[in-house]
Design a protein around this ligand. Structure first.
Ligand code: FE2
Length: 192
């Protein structure tokens, strides 16, 4: 049986109008800030831990100047949540057999995620929630671990898969035990 995502969950934008963008999404969607620093912001309008995130390119890539150029500014990725870590990793296996590989395997703390790019280079995140309840996720996003590392720690999907298949419980992987090293934000390599 084909595993499918359980739900579509969020979109992340790159912007050089950080404050203006946050204000617009607060006004239009009634969104509230879950977490914000100078480089990143996570907003939600319902019980999902984030529906929008914004990457402040003026901080992340200060040498750049483009305010409008699509591909530099605009949608960074969209995200789908899977029902379980097993579903996420079995999807990884199915896609790997078709030579479709993630360009970034990252434990974000709030989610365990794999990022893929479609043939046009559109980026998407396949994820599973780390916590069983929104209350736990919200608490984590407002706590010290998330502010210490709001990006996450990379992992090896093949190593995890082997351990999961050997009987290590999913909870062992879903709980982020370390905050470091902080991963760089990775993007798909653009095809020419
Ligand atoms: Fe995301």
């Amino acid at each position: 049986m084909r595993i499918r995502p359980a739900k579509f969950v969020h979109v992340v934008y790159r912007t050089r109008r950080f404050e203006e963008m946050l204000q617009w999404y607060k006004t239009v969607f009634g969104a509230k800030v879950q977490y914000q620093n100078s480089a990143l912001a996570f907003l939600t309008y319902d019980d999902e831990h984030h529906r929008f995130a914004f990457a402040n390119m003026a901080v992340l890539q200060p040498e750049g100047t483009e305010t409008n150029k699509l591909g530099v500014i605009g949608v960074d990725h969209v995200a789908y949540t899977y029902a379980s870590l097993r579903d996420l990793l079995e999807t990884y296996v199915r896609l790997k057999e078709r030579r479709i590989l993630p360009y970034w395997c990252i434990h974000h703390g709030v989610t365990v995620s794999m990022y893929y790019a479609d043939p046009d280079g559109n980026q998407m995140e396949f994820q599973v929630d780390s916590f069983g309840t929104n209350e736990e996720t919200n608490a984590y996003m407002h706590g010290p671990h998330f502010s210490a590392n709001p990006i996450g720690v990379e992992y090896d999907a093949d190593v995890w898969l082997a351990r999961l298949r050997a009987g290590v419980p999913a909870s062992e992987f879903l709980t982020q035990h370390i905050d470091e090293p902080i991963s760089p934000i990775r993007v798909a390599e653009m095809k020419v």
